[in-house]
Design a binder for this molecule. Structure first.
Ligand SMILES: C[S@@+](CC[C@H](N)C(=O)[O-])C[C@H]1O[C@@H](n2cnc3c(N)ncnc32)[C@H](O)[C@@H]1O
Length: 237
């Protein structure tokens, strides 16, 4: 199990996600691909999808978010965490970015994903993790206040990158307990990568410096409890 666990900085996590997906697709010759919670921002662009002849599904619970994505995508409006969820196909690859923290019933969500994978199919989830301070704050405070704080610390285009309530259920670094959650559902853990650091202090120069030192320290001396983000790469066997 140890070899499957690795760590890095959050910069790498953000930078590497799309190349990581493309590598998996190329290595395994995956064709049926689902971008869950892709909403307004599909991860893979149309040129790439066409060049690899992918059947690419963009699935989201929000019609409003799906409408923001280009019309050329095949879109499915569905709640991926519903007990009644049934995928329209068996997928070779299902991935999500910044979705898992918004799901209340994490167990049902991961069960549904497992049921929607083809044999030997892979699920990849990239999500923020507890117990990084900004995410603990976001978890604890009312949504309206969290919205205001986000505008101060990390302003962004709220049309294309809207904010959604977050629960962080099953959103942790690679602790034993966390890995067990997935294996007990029937997944094989291909890889679990924890990332340290975040950009919420970028506007506060002194804090940013201290935070960068702390991040460097944690990358060298990793503890799953202090990750800020993670990739969970899970296989249906
Ligand atoms: C923070 S956005 C991430 C969008 C995109 N993946 C990205 O990285 O820009 C979260 C998305 O998850 C969708 N979502 C939340 N709960 C969902 C659920 N139960 N089923 C499907 N989609 C869901 C939201 O509608 C939203 O589009």
């Amino acid at each position: 199990m140890e070899g499957k666990i690795s760590y890095g900085s959050s910069k790498e996590g953000w930078h590497d996600f799309i190349p990581y997906l493309k590598e998996l697709i190329a290595q395994n010759n995956f064709k049926q691909v689902c971008d869950v919670g892709g909403g307004a921002n599909p991860m893979l662009d149309k040129d790439y999808i066409e060049s690899k002849s992918l059947e690419y599904t963009l699935l989201d619970i929000s019609e409003e978010e799906l409408n923001k994505a280009p019309d050329s995508y095949h879109k499915i409006l569905a709640d991926v965490a519903s007990p009644d969820f049934k995928a329209e196909a068996k997928f070779d690859l299902i991935f999500s970015k910044m979705l898992a923290e918004h799901i209340y019933d994490a167990k049902q969500f991961h069960k549904n994903i497992l049921n929607s994978l083809a044999p030997n199919g892979i699920a990849v989830h990239f999500f923020p993790t507890l117990f990084t301070f900004p995410f603990v704050v976001n978890y604890l405070i009312p949504e309206r206040l969290a919205n205001k704080l986000l505008n101060v610390f990390l302003p962004r285009d709220r049309y294309q990158y809207a904010k959604f309530p977050a629960y962080y259920h099953w959103c942790y670094g690679p602790s034993r307990k966390q890995l067990k959650r997935f294996t007990s559902l029937g997944y094989e853990i291909v890889e679990y990568r924890g990332y340290f650091g975040h950009s919420y202090y970028n506007r506060l120069k002194p804090l940013k410096k201290i935070h960068a030192l702390k991040t460097r320290f944690l990358v060298k001396h990793p503890k799953p409890f202090f990750t800020s983000y993670a990739y969970a790469v899970l296989k249906k066997t």
